[in-house]
Design a protein around this ligand. Structure first.
Ligand SMILES: O=P(O)(O)OC[C@H]1O[C@H](O[C@H]2O[C@H](CO)[C@@H](O)[C@H](O)[C@H]2O)[C@H](O)[C@@H](O)[C@@H]1O
Length: 379
């Protein structure tokens, strides 16, 4: 039996068990691991090597070094990228096996969602819009906007972004969607119709509002301090800040990291996480994209429901919080947008925003077709 056959068999076996038992689709990769330990030591080493550290740092030299290492780790060299790329595109690699393409598994995904209300959660940068050097120019294509408009006609749809709410709304410009900006700390969503008599009144939720003055203060300090680092850009995302280093020469990363670290030493109530060539500063509260997902589900009336199938699509470390929640709930699926191998709690992958668009259009088409069949059946 070839490797590919072994992998296919394992996948089929895991799926059939997940289909016949109460286990969600998200359990399939875990089942496969149980069966075969298909990750050999070299692959495990590779996965560990590509693990991106999303830890919180609070200053100090040791921490600065860890940070710089982490900044480098999140920006792999071209040769490291191409090794990871090969893994991702090889259908027999452990990576592909554990995280198959959501496009090729589309039929299985919709089958899994049968009888349940799909709710879609979408990250913005790197998911709906391609990553570009200037954060102010991360436009979404017209085609993607049209797709989202169609999608929202069939399924409740939320954008969950690290950007501030106004900014992400200005990029997307669709009033029919729900929005969670500042990594979920600024939510505009549907009212929980079960708990209010007012009907369509919008939910507004800002769990970090008391941090607003502090965030503005730190923004001004960081703008001033990072002026000396060519290419650095500080973005105010209302309840959090982004310090971009995409356009900073690598030799200046250390001094930029140090500047940010020194400022943060004075603000122990803020924490630092890292995204794609960006340092993200946010309130040290227990709130993230995962909590925002749960909040929105609750607002939609699906707090303790088995009849919901949330789909979260995202490309970044902060999206892992949402993938984790879905795994914990044993509900729905997480889809990681990535061309390279990454440690992830998502079950499936899509390569880039183009594939995300294709996947979302498949969902719209599938829903349209199944609604037509339902109408014919009821005649
Ligand atoms: O949660 P997201 O919607 O993915 O937001 C995360 C960060 O996205 C943006 O930065 C990223 O995209 C930029 C434009 O493509 C790119 O230049 C940058 O390097 C990426 O990190 C946004 O500008 C940040 O504020 C968000 O935190």
């Amino acid at each position: 039996m070839t490797n590919r056959n072994v992998n296919n068999t394992l996948m089929e076996l895991a799926m059939s068990i997940s289909n016949r038992s109460a286990l969600p689709r998200a359990a399939v990769p875990g089942l496969m691991a149980l069966f075969g330990g298909v990750l050999g030591p070299p692959q495990k080493k590779l996965l560990r090597k590509t693990l991106e550290d999303g830890s919180v740092n609070k200053g100090g030299n040791k921490v600065i070094n860890t940070w710089i290492d982490s900044m480098r780790a999140s920006s792999p060299t071209r040769s490291a990228k191409s090794t990871q790329n090969n893994q991702n595109q090889d259908p027999t690699s452990p990576w592909t096996l554990y995280h198959p393409s959501a496009l090729s598994m589309f039929d299985h995904i919709v089958c899994e969602s049968k009888g349940k209300q799909i709710v879609t959660f979408l990250d913005y940068d790197g998911t709906l819009s391609p990553i570009v050097a200037d954060p102010d120019k991360a436009y979404m294509s017209k085609k993607m906007r049209a797709t989202l408009k169609d999608l929202a006609r069939h399924f409740p749809t939320a954008i969950v972004s690290g950007r501030c709410l106004d900014k992400v709304y200005n990029f997307v410009r669709l009033a029919e969607l729900y929005y969670a900006g500042s990594h979920g700390m600024d939510i505009k969503g549907p009212t929980n119709k079960r708990s209010t008599k007012k009907g369509n009144e919008q939910v507004l939720f800002q769990p970090a509002s008391e941090f607003l003055p502090m965030i503005n203060e730190v923004y001004n300090i960081l703008v001033e301090k990072t002026k000396s680092v060519p290419g650095a850009k500080v973005e105010n995302n209302k309840f959090c800040l982004s310090v971009h280093f995409r356009c900073v020469d690598e030799k200046n990363w250390a001094s930029l990291g140090e500047q940010v670290s020194l400022v943060l030493n004075e603000y122990p109530k803020l924490k630092l996480t890292q995204g794609r060539k960006v340092l993200e500063i946010r309130p040290a509260i227990k709130w993230d994209k995962g909590k925002a997902l749960e909040f929105l589900l609750e607002s939609l009336g699906y707090a303790n429901s088995d009849n919901v199938f949330p789909i979260f699509i995202g490309d970044d470390r902060t999206d892992e919080d949402a993938f984790k929640v879905l795994r914990r709930r044993g509900q729905g699926i997480g889809i990681l947008v990535s061309k390279i191998t990454k440690e992830t709690d998502a079950s499936y992958t899509l390569q880039d925003p183009t594939e995300v668009g294709q996947f979302l259009r498949h969902m719209v088409e599938w829903k349209r077709t199944s609604s037509q069949y339902q109408k014919l059946d009821s005649r």
